[in-house]
Structure formats: C-alpha cells, structure tokens
Design a protein around this ligand. Sequence first.
Ligand code: HEM
Length: 400
Amino acid sequence: MSTLESNVDLKPDWGLNQFDPWDRRITDDNIWPIYRAMREEGPVLHSEALGGFWCVTRYQEVRAAALDHRTFSSRNALEIGKQNWTDRPKTRLIETDPPEHTRIRKAMQAPILQKRMSEFSDGIRESVSELISLITQKKEFDIVTDLAEPIPQDVLGRILGFDEETRRRNRELVRKFVHADLSASEEAHADFWAFLVETIQKRLRYPGEDFLSQLCVSEVDGQRFSESELVGMLHGFALAGHHTAIDGISSMLKHLAREEMKTLYLGDPAMGSQIVEETLRFDPPIHLEGRTTTVDTVLGGVKIPAGESVALIYASANHDDRQFENPEEFEPRRGTIQHLAFGYGIHMCIGLHLARLEMKTVLEETMRSLPRYRLCGDPVNSGMVFGHHMGWESMPASIT
Ligand code: HEM
C-alpha cells in the first residue's frame, strides 16, 4: 500500500523490520540513515512490509547474491514481496533467467557494446551542445528538464530509430509510469506496454534500416524472437535507459556545481571519469532490484527459505563503510572503485557504457560552455519512485 498521503517522517529504525521501498515518504534526506541502521543491524534483514521479504544491505552480501543467479532468480526482479503489480508476460531481460536471459541479452547488447561507443560519441556531443547553446541564451535553467531529460531519449532515438513523435510519447509514458504509486502502476504500465506493442508491430510490418527493425528479423541460435520477447526488449531500452540516465546526469551536475569540484576537474580533466563513478556510487539512480530464492540458502549467516522475495539494496551497498572509506562523503579522488550502481553478475546493466558516455559528455560540454553555472534554488528530489529508483524532479541553476 502506498503511504503517499502520510507526512510522518521516517526514523532510521523503521528500516529494521518495516522497510517498504514503495513508501513515498522515502527521500534523499532520510534514506541514508535508514540504510546505515539496516547495515548495522545485519547484512540480511527481514521486512514485514509487502507481505514479507528479505533485505540484503551490505556490499559483500549484495555482490555475492547478484553473482549467484542460480540461487537468486530474477523472475520477479521488478516485484518486491507479494506486491504482484503486473501480470504482463515476463519477457523483459531484467526478469529472465538463463537460458532465456543469455539469448535475449546477446541480441540486446549488440548495438551498445563498449567497442561500438565511438559510433555514438559525436552524436551525443552534438545533442548535448545543442541543448547547452539554448541554455546559454537564458540566465537561469533547470538542470533536470532543460538539460538531463532530453538526452537519453535523443540517444535512444538514434539507436532505435525513433522519430520525434515516438520519442515524445515514450518520454511522456515513461514519466507517467515511473511516477505512479503501487495502486496506479498497473494502469500506467498497461499504457506504456500498449505503446511498445504498437511500435514493435509497426516495425514487423514495415521494417526499416534501424536497429529495432533488425532486431525484429534477427535470429539467435537459429531462433527468431516472439512479438512478446521483442516488446520486452524494447521495454528494456525505452525504460531502463531513460530515467536512470536522467537521474545520473542530474546528480552529477549537482555535485559539479560546487566550486571545489570544478577546481578539481579543471586542474585535472582526467578526473571527469572519477566524478562520474563517484556520482553513481554516491547517488545511484537504481536503489534496489528483486530476486526470488530457488532453494533454501544461507546469506550473511542468515537462513532464507526457497521461494522467498529478496531485495538487493545496491544503494545501501554503495554506502557500506566496510567497502568505502567515509562513504557519506562525495570524494572522486577515491581512485578505482567497484560500486554496484550498475548491479553485478549476469544482470549487470547492458547500458553502462552508454550511460557513462552520456554522463562524461555532459560533464565536458557543461564545463566548456557553462563553467560558471551554479545552483540557484533547492533541488527537488523525486523520493523513491516505482519502488526502486530515486532522482530529481527539478534543479534550478543559473549560468553565472
Ligand atoms: C546511469 C544509468 C544507469 C543505471 C544506474 C543503470 C542501472 C542498472 C542496474 C542496477 C541494473 C541491474 C538490474 C538487476 O540487478 O536486476 C541494470 C540492468 C539493465 N539496464 Fe541499466 N542502468 C543505467 C542505464 C541504462 C541504459 C542507458 C540502458 C539501455 C540503453 C540500460 C538498460 C538495462 C537493461 C536492459 C538491464 C537488464 C540487464 C539484464 O538483466 O541482463 N540501462 N541497469
């Protein structure tokens, strides 16, 4: 049940046995002490919320569970507890297990492998610099809506061959869906799904030269993909590659707005990549994903029976002081870090190279054309949305 109506704040000990990721009281202001209290209590806790589920809180245990896909199935990756918000077919990559997962992943990741990033870099830079040149004509702008939000759709449009109208509809439907609370999510998801079905059916009937059309007629291991699998694949691109990148870009520009960070970058532009990685560690857009145990197991010394729902709390793992020194400090000089913002194991994000490229390009272009930008109002946090991710609604900034 959503608690949007409630205005009572959450105390850290709420997380010890009541943690509910769909609770709309969760925000960037209160979640970190809650996760800290949960980690201190133990690596694996049981929550009574949503019909009961297990929370994995510490870095080592989250990573171990993410690696063990045989014990921790992804069939219900988007459902925590017994919420069952959708009865759509489970054809999205994120909620498949091998061998289905292996087949779909092979086809989906082909256009966005690391070695293909050079094909996108000029296009991304062009889109970002166009947006920035519009911004330079104003005194003030919104980092989220004027800069971060149009970028992922533009990039996905280039990859998938979406025209202007399709991009606009995708953006609108994703927005409605990810901001719906638990009771409204089924309807919002149905609208989004209908749009994806329509888009795939059009490509099947009138294939073009774009990647999506190629996907529709492609074969992996001698087998074509079913319509429902193709819709699931498009879902992965159109949703997973959209809000996450917006949140990552916005959080990064929030940190970079501080003089200290600008000085750090300008003194050594090679710090750009570390600023991107530290942003992802510190403000991971995806807070958690679900798993279901296939057998009785023991994780972090805690027995979890077969058939139980488990939340891998990547965001909590990224703030674990057993792994990161002073985790509540934003410190790009940590050197190489292995954060879990993109997950780990076979479900590790397929879009990570693209996301990094988008973030790095925005950083470079912003520092080139808007080096004096600063925040000029309070950023508005989204709170936890769709039971698993967090970002920003608005972030007012001025160009000087
Ligand atoms: C900053 C941006 C991004 C973040 C933080 C992010 C985060 C994640 C995480 C945590 C997972 C693991 C899910 C799990 O463990 O169950 C994941 C998987 C996935 N991501 Fe991303 N993602 C980002 C960008 C993208 C982009 C740009 C795309 C597509 C173009 C994308 C597509 C996917 C897909 C399809 C999966 C499922 C992979 C699988 O199950 O094998 N993501 N992402």
